[in-house]
Design a protein around this ligand. Structure first.
Ligand code: NAD
Ligand code: WQD
Length: 350
């Protein structure tokens, strides 16, 4: 349990991973303040966190509508409370969009992060958990991906994560009081077991799981399986899917390390299961969990996609004492329960 005095600022708190993580933080005894501008989320998601937390814990949750790109809005949030650490989820994350609109990604993800580092420094809050991504590895020469592999981002989104990590390293070097943990998530999926929290992207989903969700509930007609001629077990691409609740646990473990270890400096950890699953295996597992046949169209490869990516997990397991609990079956079960009970996401009406 956290000290009841520990107050965590969660940027992007209304989003997919931010909501699950904030609930877990409240349940672990932390106070939580969320910042979000609702670019890719809605207030209903924050209300769901409060409902699941219950009235007593919900009192420990504050929400601030603010945009990370506006430093005066950030200053206002920092002037209202003393924070002990920040978890920084707030970013744009669509790979294809980043290739069409690189400025949008550099502006949002870099300026947002520079502002945050600056205001944190001014208010003497020097502990951060940063949301990074497996995308920093691109398609590495060897898998599993190990944290010391070179950066090889393949798009502006990925590059924005690399720049934020590099910035963190320099800031920490200049002022060794900083402790920064960068968590490189692989493919986060699933939902809270209550089916009251889940992923609800605005617009047509880019990622496999929310797309499957929308096909299963009839919002989209079929799933395009991008690539069936990869040199993999069944010709479709392989990824390392990880349950969002395991990710939330990974953040709690990282925070505990920030509060207790002296020698963090800047450290990166992979958060994945280490298991590779193909797109077609994922479709089969989702069909099994949902009892629904998913119409599939075998389509050409998606430009820029890697063949196979999965994580080396030893470092996180050893140094954070964190281990994922859930497999593909539970990821599909919880994703389906969320889909079935919320076919339109947080929007109540069709
Ligand atoms: P999400 O889009 O659901 O959540 C991000 C939240 O940040 C949204 O609520 C959005 O409105 C908010 N936001 C964006 N720009 C903002 C700004 N300028 N000011 C205030 N709020 C802002 O995404 P997610 O899946 O929860 O991802 C969270 C973090 O994890 C992101 O940094 C993302 O890059 C990273 N990540 C996600 C994945 C994934 O597949 N979901 C994988 C690896 C890394
Ligand atoms: C998974 C597999 C697709 C949709 C991206 C980012 C990464 C991280 C996670 C943020 C691929 C295939 C997908 C569909 C399909 N995000 N697919 N039909 O590309 O591994 O990773 O999200 O940091 O940085 O790059 O995830 O879910 O988009 O795709 O066949 O409609 O599913 O081609 O092989 P990806 P994804």
């Amino acid at each position: 349990m956290a000290s009841s005095e520990q107050h965590i600022l969660v940027t992007g708190g209304a989003g997919f991973i931010g909501t699950h993580c904030s609930l877990q933080l409240l349940q672990e005894g932390y106070k939580v303040s969320m910042i979000d501008n609702f670019h890719n989320s809605v207030m209903e998601a924050v209300d769901s966190v409060k409902e699941l937390a219950g009235p007593k814990l919900a009192e420990k949750l504050q929400f601030h509508k603010a945009d990370l790109r506006k430093i005066d809005e950030l200053e206002k949030v920092f002037s209202q409370n003393k924070y002990d650490a920040v978890i920084h989820f707030g970013a744009l994350k669509a790979v294809a969009e980043s290739m069409q609109h690189p400025f949008r990604y550099f502006e949002n993800n870099l300026i947002g992060t520079i502002n945050l580092y600056q205001v944190m420094s001014k208010y003497n809050v020097k502990k951060m958990v940063f949301s990074s991504s497996a995308t920093v590895y691109g398609q590495p020469e060897k898998i599993p991906c190990v944290e010391n592999y070179p950066y090889m981002p393949m798009n502006p989104y990925g590059r924005s994560k690399v720049y934020c990590e590099e910035m963190g390293k320099d800031i920490q070097k200049a002022d060794p009081e900083w402790r920064i943990i960068s968590l490189r998530y692989f493919n986060p999926v699933g939902a809270h077991e209550s089916s009251k929290l889940g992923e609800d992207p605005k617009g047509i989903p880019n990622n496999l799981m929310p797309y499957l969700h929308q096909v299963a509930v009839g919002r989209l007609p079929e799933l395009n399986v991008y690539g069936h001629d990869y040199p993999t077990k069944d010709g479709s691409a392989v990824r390392d899917y990880i349950h969002v609740m395991d990710l939330a646990d990974g953040h709690i473990a990282a925070l505990k390390k920030l509060f207790t270890a002296q020698d963090i400096g800047f450290t990166a950890y992979n958060l994945g299961t280490g298991q590779g699953t193909s797109v077609l295996e994922m479709v089969a597992a989702f069909e099994k969990a949902s009892g629904k046949k998913i119409p599939v169209k075998l389509s050409p490869r998606r430009p820029g996609d890697a063949t196979a990516v999965y994580a080396a997990t030893d470092k996180a397991q050893k140094e954070l004492g964190w281990k994922p609990k859930y497999g593909i079956e539970e990821m599909c079960r919880d994703q389906w329960n969320w889909a079935k009970n919320n076919p339109m996401g947080y929007q109540k009406k069709a």
